[in-house]
Design a binder for this molecule. Sequence first.
Ligand code: PNS
Length: 160
Amino acid sequence: MKNLAIYPGSFDPITMGHLDIIHRAANLFDKLIVVVMVNPVKHCSFTPAERVSLIEQCVGGLNNVTVEYSDGLLAEYAKQKNATAIIKGLRALSDFEYEFQMALTNKKLNPDVETLFLTTTAENMYLSSSMVRQIATMGGDISGFVPDVIHKQIIKRLKG
Ligand code: PNS
């Protein structure tokens, strides 16, 4: 496969910011795999299967996008898939140091793959999955933060 990109993340849950990056990356590459991965420093609220399902419901209209789960190393996953690029979204300067460290480490582990950063749009700069979870859990309004198609499911799941 020529020009395959992977977009990894926790996606706990997917937000409008993630979906914006998915749309833009899908325009740049022949194929995009959104891969739900394990971030060892995060305790996720949604199971891997739930996160995959939520993303799948949001990308239904994009023919060149598929969604997978992996509990392995990102660099190894990129190698297995023969990926050209790892896509990351950058919100603010505060993301940069952590992302820079991961990009350099992944380059060392897999020199064949490039990490490409897409800056988020201004309206999504402040958005994070943890904020969405916190607001939904406390009964706040998360419409506009998550795609409409999964809005009710997220509230139901987090509010119980
Ligand atoms: O959405 P997140 O939590 O910022 O995504 C981070 C993620 C899941 C991409 C990162 O933790 C990751 O790459 N996990 C897979 C394990 C791995 O390869 N760790 C070494 C990274 S240099």
